[in-house]
Design a protein around this ligand. Structure first.
Ligand SMILES: Cc1cc2nc3c(=O)[nH]c(=O)nc-3n(C[C@H](O)[C@H](O)[C@H](O)COP(=O)(O)OP(=O)(O)OC[C@H]3O[C@@H](n4cnc5c(N)ncnc54)[C@H](O)[C@@H]3O)c2cc1C
Length: 316
């Protein structure tokens, strides 16, 4: 049986690379290689680069906050700017923080797609026939859609999220790695980031149409805030970001569905931030998940899954 992976985003392509010996087929409903991620993409370890055999660049970065009122007000307002809700689950750095990060090559996705059997324009239905033909698939599609496709009979949580828009541009004579968080509600963007010579402004909750006419003025406000007011800024793009922020759902409901889908109902292993609906999930966390799924596929048994799902640390 051919191993099917549904979705050719970062998660699907990572799984396809790690499971090359199974010669998987990736089904993607879009007509070209999607680039679903236009925001900042940084890695906390070299793991993903190592797994892909494409070394990432190790850098030292600086993160800081442009203070608005005080640390509590800043954290709440920043959360509201990003998610639409005042939340207290994440503080902002009160003084500059240095951190080590790994940066992927700009053509990461096309590199990941090399030699992978991707079928475009294929909206996978997860039907009985699909199940008979392909057995259990790896699904990277967002959890609400998988619930619908599988006619999940259990309780469905309210999935809260905000789409957004990102402005990306090139900065001349620049090789810097910084992020400045902007809680102040008078500014529409939430973060200003430099990654090498790329400038990224993130606007959670905004639509592309609301921004296109004002792009240059946003850039002229943001650039001096991070000290590059005099640099030449070119190749400006305005790119929508689906699921710019997702909010956590009830943990028991989340786990119950993943468990139901991958064992009892027997059709799909969930993989990825939106598929598992875990806001903080990073690409490097998926390496472990793919290895676990590989064990289950190869052994044909789900031994240990129950315990894994219920251990707080191991299942992401
Ligand atoms: C602002 C922001 C910053 C982030 N920063 C980082 C970071 O620094 N580091 C990091 O590791 N991660 C980061 N992330 C997370 C990262 O962007 C996501 O984890 C990743 O892009 C999700 O990829 P995915 O493959 O899981 O899902 P997706 O990219 O959504 O891929 C799913 C694919 O499935 C396809 N699909 C859907 N339904 C079907 C169907 N029925 N049949 C076939 N195909 C289907 C879709 O078309 C889509 O292409 C960030 C995310 C955001 C929003």
């Amino acid at each position: 049986m051919t191993q099917v992976i549904v979705g050719a985003g970062i998660a699907g392509l990572l799984a396809a690379n790690m499971l090359r010996d199974l010669k998987p087929m990736v089904c993607e409903k879009q007509s070209n290689l999607p680039n679903n991620h236009s925001a900042v993409l940084r890695f906390r370890s070299p793991l993903v680069g190592e797994v892909l055999g494409a070394p990432f660049k190790r850098v030292k970065m600086i993160k800081a906050t442009l203070p608005w009122k005080n640390p509590v007000a800043d954290a709440l307002v920043y959360a509201c700017k990003c998610t639409g809700t005042y939340r207290s689950d994440r503080s902002l750095p009160s003084s500059p923080v240095e951190a080590e990060r790994w940066i992927a090559p700009p053509d990461l996705l096309s590199r990941m797609a090399e030699g992978v059997d991707i079928r475009f324009n294929k909206d996978y239905s997860f039907s009985d026939l699909c199940f008979k033909t392909h057995g259990k698939v790896i699904s990277t599609i967002p959890m609400p859609f998988l619930m619908e496709k599988l006619n999940y009979p259990g309780p469905r949580p309210e999935f809260k999220f905000q789409n957004g828009v990102n402005i990306r541009a090139k900065v001349s004579d620049c090789d810097a790695y910084v992020t400045l968080y902007i809680p102040d509600p008078q500014f529409s963007f939430s973060r200003i980031t430099l990654t090498g010579d790329e400038l990224i402004l993130e606007f959670p909750g905004w639509n592309k149409e609301d921004l296109v006419d004002k792009v240059r003025s946003y850039l002229s406000v943001a650039a001096p805030m991070i000290g590059i007011g005099k640099a030449e800024i070119k190749d400006v793009q305005v790119i929508p970001q689906k699921y710019a922020k997702i909010e956590p759902i009830d943990e028991e409901m989340r786990r119950t569905f993943i468990f139901w889908a991958s064992t009892l109902q027997g059709r799909a292993f969930s993989l990825g931030r939106f598929s598992c609906w875990r806001p903080g999930l990073m690409t490097e966390d998926l390496v472990k998940d793919v290895r676990l799924i590989e064990t289950w596929i190869k052994s044909g048994r789900m031994q240990g899954m129950d315990q894994t799902l219920h251990s707080v640390t191991s299942w992401r």
